[in-house]
Each structure stands twice: as structure tokens, then as C-alpha cells.
Write a protein that binds this ligand. Structure first.
Ligand code: ATP
Ligand code: MG
Length: 346
């Protein structure tokens, strides 16, 4: 090597080593030593892939030393300190004058970060697919309830109406109770199917759907809910994203009603002052809770789903609560997520 080549070899941030046919290291640069702990004169161990791959009799176990060696592949390499690190390999050969291969140049790159990013990407994808599958299932259940059970109950109520004339006076009270139970059941089925798939969202849009949700929760739980809705009228929110926002408010309201025991709840959906996005705030004056304790010990899914939905919208979620002090949930959703996560999430 010339002085310049040697300086370059030493300065490279990728690991480079030269090994002979017996995988004994002839030269190794500092980056490769930092990565693996190996030194000149040591034998390069088999990577995880080669350790476990099936080889026929007489075949070279090290893929890079065999015929048809790939010029690039990824695996995990044991270091001198006994750990395995994910690395990418690229190779080139230094042939002798008679064209036989004497030395192999191995270039190593630590791909731990790339792997971590890939794992995070997969985790996000999984969360997104789980939520989408849930929404699809809710939609199916809503249709089944409405078109199946709902229609059957309607037919029964029509038949009961016709039978009314033929019921003797002695059974009139029983008949009235049965009719009223049926009417309540029909109402419950309707409410359930609305909760599973809010029709107002598809037809009237987010604001009207939220107002309708608020009215239902107010009636059901004797709460007073105030909403301040101040999103730009020019803002086009894709329907899948509207559904996420609706579900966020729905779960927060359900928690306020079920757990907080607060008589009042305030909701605000407003643009941020820098116009980069908007916030959703749900505030109750109820009994509050310890978010860290709940995060560690609760088996509930609501708050976890809120976090996952927020992540899908590339936003942030903050819980401000303590026992006896009420609860404020604050979500910040960037407008940028409307474009990026738009139609492909539908
Ligand atoms: N607004 C609130 N006020 C008081 N406690 C709350 C509030 N929101 C959540 N909590 C507490 O946090 C816990 C976890 O809430 P989370 O929504 O994750 O689950 P859950 O409501 O118990 O069940 P799920 O949502 O799965 O039906 C609740 O059980 C409750 O103790
Ligand atoms: Mg909940």
C-alpha cells in the first residue's frame, strides 16, 4: 500500500479487512476493530447465517469463500466479546498474477441502526394494520347489527302491532311490557351500530358527527359537554383520518364518563397559532388518575389505542392528570399528516 492508501484504509468509517484463504486476518482497519474487536492474525469467525446453513460434504462453510460467493449480504457477526452485531458484508478479491485468489477484502458496515429503524417501521405498520382491521370489523358488525338483527326486530315489532288487536284484555299488560322491551332493544341495537360505525361521519362530516356523539354521551351519562370547534373550513380531512379523530374523542369522552365521574367535560379542536396543525383537548374536572401507574398496570386498551392512533397521525399525545385534579388530554396533529397519510389509509 502507498502512504495515501494506508491513510485512507485507516481513516475509513466502514470496517475493512483483508483475509487469506484460511480466513486469517492479514490487515484490518481501526473501524473494523472497533466494530468487532478482531485483530491481525486472528481468524474471522463464521457469521450467524454461515454457522447454521446446510452445506454438502466438502463445501466451504463460509459463503464468501465458496464458489458463487455473493458480493453483498447481511447477517450477524460474532465479535471478540461474544455478542452478535448485525452487519452488511461486501467483498472483493485480490487475485495473484496466476489469477488464483489469495486474499479476500471484506467490507463491514454496522447496520444495527438500520435494523432498529426497520423494526420500528414494522411495529408502526402492525399498529396501523391492527387499527384498520378493527375499524373494518366494527363496520362489518355495524352492518350485521343493522341489516340482520335490526331488521328482524323490526319485523317482530310489525307482527306484534298486528297481533295487538287479538290479545285478550287479561294479557294486555304483558303485551305492553313485551312491546316496550322490544322498543328498548331496537333502540339499543341502533345505538350500538351507530357507536360501531358513526353514520354521521360518512354523511355530514367530522363536526356534525362529534356534535351527535356529544349529544348521545350527554344523554347516556347525564354529563354537560361543551365543544369549541375551530378548524379552518378550507381544511380537507381524509375520511380515514376523520375516523381516527372521532375515535380519539369518543374514547376520551367514554373515559371521562366512566372513570372521571365529572359532571362537565370541555372539548376543543383548534388550529395551532403557527398553523402547523391543530390540537384536540379533552378536559374533565373529575377524579383524575396517575398516568404512570396506569401505563404500567392497567389492562385497559383505550389509552393505548389513543397513543397508537396519534402516532399514525404523526402527532403527539400528552396526559395531564393526578388523583383529585381532573384530567386533560392534549393531542397535537400536524396538518402535514393529512397529505402524507391521506388516501392510502382509507
Ligand atoms: N378521564 C379519566 N379520569 C379518571 N381516570 C381515568 C380517565 N381516563 C383514564 N382513566 C384511568 O386510566 C385507566 C385506563 O384507561 P383506558 O381507557 O386505557 O382503559 P379502560 O377505560 O379501563 O378500558 P377500555 O378503554 O379498554 O374499555 C382507567 O381504567 C382509569 O383508571
Ligand atoms: Mg377507556
Amino acid at each position: 500500500m502507498t502512504i495515501l492508501e494506508h491513510a485512507l484504509f485507516q481513516a475509513l468509517s466502514d470496517g475493512v479487512l483483508i483475509m487469506d484463504r484460511n480466513r486469517i486476518i492479514q490487515e484490518i482497519n481501526p473501524a473494523a476493530t472497533r466494530m468487532t474487536g478482531w485483530k491481525t492474525g486472528q481468524k474471522v469467525p463464521y457469521c450467524l447465517f454461515c454457522q447454521h446453513r446446510e452445506v454438502v460434504h466438502g463445501e466451504e462453510r463460509c459463503l464468501l469463500m465458496g464458489k458463487n460467493a455473493p458480493s453483498y449480504f447481511e447477517s450477524e457477526m460474532p465479535t471478540l466479546h461474544g455478542e452478535n452485531i448485525p452487519v452488511s458484508f461486501s467483498t472483493t478479491y485480490l487475485p495473484t498474477e496466476d489469477e488464483t485468489i489469495e486474499h479476500t477484502v471484506l467490507m463491514l458496515r454496522d447496520i444495527s441502526q438500520k435494523k432498529q429503524e426497520e423494526e420500528m417501521r414494522m411495529a408502526k405498520l402492525l399498529a396501523r394494520q391492527t387499527i384498520e382491521a378493527q375499524e373494518a370489523e366494527r363496520k362489518r358488525l355495524a352492518q350485521e347489527l343493522h341489516d340482520g338483527i335490526g331488521q328482524s326486530l323490526y319485523s317482530i315489532s310489525m307482527a306484534l302491532g298486528l297481533l295487538r288487536q287479538t290479545v285478550p284484555e287479561s294479557d294486555a299488560q304483558l303485551f305492553t311490557i313485551a312491546s316496550s322491551t322490544l322498543a328498548d332493544t331496537m333502540k339499543e341495537v341502533k345505538q350500538l351500530s351507530v357507536a360501531l360505525r358513526p353514520p354521521a361521519l360518512d354523511i355530514l362530516g367530522l363536526k356534525a358527527a362529534l356534535v351527535s356523539l356529544i349529544r348521545q354521551v350527554e344523554q347516556h351519562f347525564s354529563l354537560k359537554i361543551t365543544i369549541c370547534y375551530n378548524l379552518p373550513s378550507s381544511l380537507r380531512i381524509p375520511s380515514s383520518i376523520e375516523l381516527h379523530i372521532y375515535r380519539i374523542v369518543q374514547e376520551a369522552l367514554s373515559n371521562a364518563a366512566k372513570h372521571a365521574k365529572s359532571p362537565v367535560v370541555f372539548i376543543s379542536l383548534c388550529s395551532l397559532s403557527d398553523h402547523s396543525g391543530f390540537h384536540i383537548i379533552i378536559r374533565d374536572k373529575g377524579k383524575g388518575f396517575d398516568p404512570i401507574h396506569v401505563h404500567r398496570h392497567s389492562t385497559g386498551l383505550g389509552l393505548k389505542h389513543l397513543a397508537e392512533r396519534t402516532e399514525l397521525l404523526e402527532g403527539s399525545m400528552h396526559i395531564d392528570s393526578a388523583p383529585g385534579c381532573g384530567t386533560v388530554l392534549r393531542f397535537v396533529i400536524p396538518f402535514a399528516s393529512m397529505e402524507e397519510t391521506g388516501s392510502e389509509k382509507n
